[in-house]
Design a protein around this ligand. Structure first.
Ligand code: NDP
Length: 330
């Protein structure tokens, strides 16, 4: 089969493309400009015409994906801005929401061979900032960030603007699906990963230009910043989740949290410092066994529906550091 991957040059997307090609799929990737296609073509040149790259300049334009969806069997929609530096919330919200509804509308009109649409949402659309430890599941929605952005506009916190964009985009996807499902030849799957870490295979020239999650990882683990906590999934495991989500019957019309577990930066720092003692030791009085995680995600649904064997944070860290080292970043 042939799979359309939007934002194919992104950190996660290149791993998704790689995984799909390795599994025998043909891939059509969308990027915003010709210059963003070069690295992809180079990386996967051994696959010949099994990889096709098309340009979708502006995903917010009506009908932007009309051509791209034609003749594909499934869609993986990953394109969406992920950074915490937006001034206006709409810088994130408009491409997130309109990109998502846009691809669904195009798939409705012209995706006559499409059987499934997979959307890369986020735990950002699940969590609510909390001061007491809480376990979140797929039943939870991040209304708080939407509210914060409504009340504070450009003065909302950077993460709140991003989280609002992901929550609104995912809500828009389910709303579209609910309203149109009687006439759709495809079903919808939403994957909700927490922070995604692991080696980088997309085009990136320097640590400061990394995608948001790996840049955070670099500055915290390699440079010892240590300023927050979350949960993680290795990018390679998330790519496997995207591939599984195409074929498993049971995942139809489900949102699925894809998380390997919670961390504090010090958990990675311990592994990194053991790997190379020149890297920061961080907070040496930290005891992982006593760590309190304010936000945890229920693994139940993922285990039941996908059952991925997740890489440990040791493995993710070692492979990421090897990658940084090979790039001369350590
Ligand atoms: P990247 O920044 O590496 O990739 C983002 C992709 O989206 C790129 O292809 C980018 O294109 C495209 N994109 C961004 N803004 C726009 C826009 N305004 N119009 C069109 N395309 C745009 O990030 P990731 O790979 O990490 O993110 C991919 C997806 O995964 C996103 O939906 C993100 O929200 C989600 N996600 C990521 C997590 C993480 O920790 N990395 C965690 C949870 C979810 P270009 O290169 O041209 O800017």
């Amino acid at each position: 089969g042939k799979v359309l991957v939007t934002g194919a040059n992104g950190y996660i997307a290149v791993w998704v493309v790689k995984t799909l090609l390795e599994q025998g799929y043909s891939v059509r990737g969308t990027v915003r400009s010709e210059s963003k296609a070069t690295h992809l073509r180079e990386t996967f040149k051994s696959y010949g015409d099994k990889l096709e790259i098309v340009i979708v300049e502006d995903i917010t334009k009506e009908g932007a994906f009309d051509e791209a969806v034609k003749g594909v069997d499934a869609i993986e929609h990953t394109a969406s801005p992920f950074h915490f530096r937006a001034v206006e919330p709409d810088e994130l919200i408009i491409p997130a929401v309109q990109g998502t509804t846009g691809i669904l509308k195009s798939a409705q009109k012209y995706g006559t061979s499409v059987k499934r649409v997979v959307i890369t949402s986020s735990c950002a659309a699940v969590l609510t900032p909390t001061t007491e430890p809480r376990v979140f599941s797929e039943a939870n929605w991040n209304e708080a960030s939407i509210q914060e952005v409504k009340e504070k506009g450009r003065d909302a916190a950077g993460p709140a603007k991003y989280r609002a964009s992901k929550t609104l985009a995912e809500k828009a996807a389910w709303e579209f699906y609910e309203q149109n499902k009687a006439n759709l030849p495809w079903d919808l799957v939403v994957l909700n990963p927490p922070f995604v870490f692991g080696p980088v295979i997309h085009a990136v020239d320097a640590p400061e230009n990394l995608n948001e999650s790996v840049r955070d990882y670099y500055y915290n683990v390699v440079k010892g910043k240590l300023d927050n906590e979350s949960s993680y999934v290795d990018v390679r495991d998330l790519a496997v989740a995207h591939a599984l989500a195409l074929t498993k019957a049971e995942v139809a019309n489900e949102r699925i949290i894809v998380s390997a577990g919670p961390w504090k930066w010090q958990d990675f720092v311990i592994v990194a410092h053991k790997w190379d003692s020149k890297l920061p030791a961080g907070n040496t009085s930290y005891d992982p066994a006593k760590a309190v995680h304010l936000i945890r995600y229920s693994p139940d649904k993922e285990r039941r529906l996908l059952g991925i064997k997740f890489r440990s944070l040791e493995e993710t860290t070692k492979d990421t550091l090897e990658d940084f080292k090979a790039r001369g970043w350590l």
